[in-house]
Design a binder for this molecule. Structure first.
Ligand code: SF4
Ligand code: SF4
Length: 150
């Protein structure tokens, strides 16, 4: 999901929106729901019924035309508070477990470079995750979101 505007050695978002369409939906945590609802001035419970769908027991953002996320409008309309899943993309732990996951994900994300060595990918992803975990938590919260481990 579009999460980086600053180029780095392995990823530069092309703002194509492909990751905001389909692919099983965008999960939202309770913290995401509170943040997005607050941002758009909606009551969290109403937000769930108006902007989310259930996927099993978890909420995902609803989709609008052509399976795009309901908040996609040529850019992400909730960029400052977009869900954890979107913020973290494409630097996720699954790549540290198997760097081949980077190349699989890249098939659906033109911003992810595949012409770099696995070690560069692994090291960059590890640094990004490390930096994310060291960042100050959002105002009014304590510690790192335990659901932030993807
Ligand atoms: S698919 Fe990749 S390049 Fe396209 S908007 Fe999403 S993160 Fe950016
Ligand atoms: S919240 Fe924003 S970045 Fe995430 S899927 Fe929706 S439009 Fe894309």
């Amino acid at each position: 999901m579009p999460s980086e505007t600053k180029p780095d050695p392995i990823f530069t978002c092309q703002m194509c929106g492909d990751c905001c369409r389909g692919y099983g939906g965008t999960y939202v945590t309770e913290r995401d729901i509170q943040a997005i609802a607050g941002h758009i001035g909606e009551d969290p419970e109403r937000f769930k019924s108006r902007y989310c769908q259930l996927s099993g027991s978890r909420y995902v953002l609803a989709q609008s035309d052509k399976a795009y996320c309901i908040f996609w409008n040529k850019i992400c309309a909730i960029h400052p508070v977009k869900p954890r899943m979107c913020r973290n993309w494409p630097y996720i732990r699954a790549i540290l477990e198997d760097v081949a996951n980077w190349r699989i994900m890249a098939k659906n994300c033109p911003g992810m470079r595949t012409d770099v060595a696995d070690e560069v990918i692994r090291r960059t992803v590890a640094q990004k995750i490390d930096a994310r975990e060291k960042q100050a938590p959002p105002q009014g919260t304590k510690g790192v979101d335990p659901e932030d481990g993807v």
